[in-house]
Design a protein around this ligand. Structure first.
Ligand SMILES: [Zn+2]
Ligand SMILES: [Zn+2]
Length: 261
């Protein structure tokens, strides 16, 4: 039996609004917690929701736009104030280490634990983490800077998969990812815009809710979660309605909510 859960820490895009913080999710698989993206304010939401940081095993950063990584330095510092001792593994493009090192050297000279960076190549589909029960693979995406999603597979010890969750943000609509996602249990796909703003997708390299639902349909997904909503749209029901016209089993990522996968 799987006990997979996803807690939404933020589901907005680059401009924070009163109803949305930038991206962040906690995925719990086999009693291990994985943080996926860490926008500004993620640690505040984690505290508010009582997320147990002792179980936080590693962090996966999709790309280096600020709405996906500005929260990291604060979180790293706080974990030290909470006397964390186990190492924190961060999987990201190599530039993240280059950017964070000076901050760590300046502000976090006496961390209570070790931060270990794992450099990933977002352009390549490859396994970047594997233990007895969980495998994580990159999903190359199309965005303004090197970006990848993450495919988490929970499996039995005999390696038979029992649950698959894919996180795809940020990206222009691309069917290239469909084969890798085929038969996915739960797909999170960014839905920055509604139909009304579709013309913005190309320039910003984002997707609409309808396009996210098209990917879910083509990938034969069981369930779709949409998020990364643009601050241009106040009524989030519009995202949901447009996605559900294509893929009925769609839900919205709502900050503070936990979804059973
Ligand atoms: Zn973003
Ligand atoms: Zn981005």
């Amino acid at each position: 039996m799987s006990s997979a859960q996803l807690t939404i820490l933020g589901s907005g895009s680059a401009l924070p609004t009163w109803q949305n913080s930038p991206s962040g999710q906690i995925l719990t698989l086999c009693d291990k917690s994985f943080l996926i993206d860490c926008g500004e304010g993620v640690q505040i939401t984690m505290r508010r929701l009582g997320v147990k940081t002792a179980r936080l095993y590693s962090v996966f950063i999709s790309h280096l736009h600020g709405d996906h990584c500005f929260g990291l330095i604060g979180l790293i510092s706080t974990l030290s104030m909470m006397h964390r001792t186990q190492p924190l593994h961060i999987y990201a493009h190599r530039d993240l280490e280059k950017l964070l090192r000076p901050w760590l050297d300046y502000h976090c000279q006496e961390l209570s634990y070790e931060v270990i960076f794992h450099h990933i190549n977002p352009r390549k589909q490859e396994v970047i983490f594997e233990d007895r029960t969980v495998t994580v693979e990159t999903i190359p995406l199309k965005h303004k800077v090197p970006t990848c999603g993450f495919l988490f597979t929970e499996h039995h010890r005999d390696s038979e998969p029992i649950k698959r969750y894919a996180y795809c943000s940020d990206t222009l609509f691309t069917e290239k990812i469909v084969p890798q996602l085929d038969g996915i249990d739960v797909l999170y796909h960014e839905a920055t815009y509604t139909d009304e703003h579709e013309h913005r997708c190309k320039g910003t390299m984002h997707s609409t809710a309808r396009q996210a639902a098209t990917i879910a349909t083509k990938a034969h997904a069981r369930k779709l979660i949409i998020g990364h909503f643009s601050a241009r749209v106040d009524d989030h029901e519009l995202f949901l309605n447009e996605a559900q016209e294509v893929f009925p089993n769609t839900v919205m990522a709502v900050e503070g909510e936990t979804i059973e996968l």
